[in-house]
Design a protein around this ligand. Structure first.
Ligand SMILES: Nc1ncnc2c1ncn2[C@@H]1O[C@H](COP(=O)(O)OP(=O)(O)O)[C@@H](O)[C@H]1O
Ligand SMILES: [Mg+2]
Length: 330
């Protein structure tokens, strides 16, 4: 059984003033226990909004307009207050982009472990200061930080160390699902690699379900079992990572692969994707990639392509679905 299933998920921003934005559109996805899944796409395509919805971290003016997010049998889209707090323990956690204020600047690392653990403790449970410190040291060790970090404040730590602390805080509640939103984007290249290695090692050892959000297909392909490609608020392709390297089924994924360049190739020619990403303040008409797509036919501009089985996974492309149907009839 899937650990998480999102069905018909639509998430928008509804500011008091300014325009409505339809950021996540008709998303259906499922996450299996222990899977490491990538979520990739250009900046502004709705990745963070989807990651926030999957971990019930959306804040106004963001709003789930329709659909459900079933986590381990419960619809978390509608959970609030104490029920939500209890569900987070052994449930789902979000690790934000480094430097995005995941940490409280005026609390020491030990105090922040205490805050997380006591906020989610069972009613009859009271952790002593010594218990919090001991648990904190174990968690720091698991992210390869020394125990002395416990008494530091965030400003005394490097970016990479802060990100490791944020990961340790997420691990504190022993979640079954962790969404990492651009966890290494703000870090130096060498530090990026070290932090990614730690994330991969933790996932392999603890076997939680991981979602790695990144605009960098290279980072995602190196770490994950399966990749979801997002464009204009929709999932347009969903394939095993190794299958994606040898052949994508959506023209947008193909364009992303050309931007990334296969590291195994003798000559890597990088190309950008001509044209601009879609405007998410407008309702959807047809395929949102059609204006930038060399394969687009008239139907693409008027018909919303469904995400159908293609290759080893799914893709949302009328032209490719049609071509596959024709070859399978020959
Ligand atoms: N707080 C907000 N208020 C209004 N619109 C927002 C807000 N946050 C994000 N958006 C819009 O939602 C869309 C998706 O954003 P986001 O999920 O952050 O994309 P990504 O993570 O892929 O860069 C963008 O068009 C963005 O402008
Ligand atoms: Mg984002």
């Amino acid at each position: 059984m899937a650990l998480l299933e999102a069905r018909g998920l639509n998430v928008g921003y509804h500011p008091d003033r300014g325009q409505r934005v339809w950021s996540v559109r008709d998303v259906d996805l499922s996450l299996e226990p222990g899977e490491f899944v990538g979520l990739v796409g250009e900046s502004g395509c709705g990745k963070s909004t989807l990651g926030f919805a999957l971990t019930r971290m959306l804040r106004p003016p963001a709003h789930i307009d329709s659909g459900s997010v079933i986590f381990d049998g419960t619809d978390i889209a509608t959970l609030t207050g104490e029920n939500l707090r209890q569900r987070r323990r052994g449930g789902f956690a979000l690790v934000l982009q480094s430097g995005m204020n995941a940490l409280n600047p005026v609390r020491s690392v030990a105090q922040q472990f205490g805050d997380v653990l006591s906020a989610h403790a069972r009613k009859d449970e009271k952790l002593s200061k010594a218990q919090v410190r001991s648990r904190g040291m174990d968690l720091l060790d698991s992210v390869k930080l020394l125990p002395e970090v416990l008494d530091r404040y965030p400003h005394e730590l490097s970016g990479g160390m802060r990100q490791r602390v944020a990961i340790a805080l997420a691990l504190a509640l022993e979640p079954q699902l962790i969404v990492f939103d651009e966890p290494t984007t703000a870090l130096d290249v060498m530090v990026q690699k070290a932090v990614m290695d730690t994330i991969k090692q933790l996932q392999a050892e603890r076997k939680f379900t991981a979602v790695l959000i990144s605009h960098d297909l290279g980072i995602v392909l190196e770490a994950t079992d399966r990749v979801l490609v997002m464009y204009g608020g929709r999932i347009v392709e969903d394939q095993p990572s190794d299958a994606l390297l040898t052949g994508a089924h959506h023209p947008y994924t193909e364009a992303l692969l050309r931007c990334y360049g296969d590291p195994r190739a003798d000559v890597v020619e990088l190309q950008g994707i001509p044209g601009a990403p879609p405007d998410l303040t407008l309702p959807l008409e047809g395929c949102s990639f059609a204006p930038r797509c060399e394969l687009a036919i008239d139907a693409c501009r008027t018909t919303q392509p469904p995400l159908v089985p293609l290759g080893e996974g799914r893709a949302a492309c009328l032209v490719r679905a049609q071509a596959t149907k024709e070859t399978s009839h020959v």
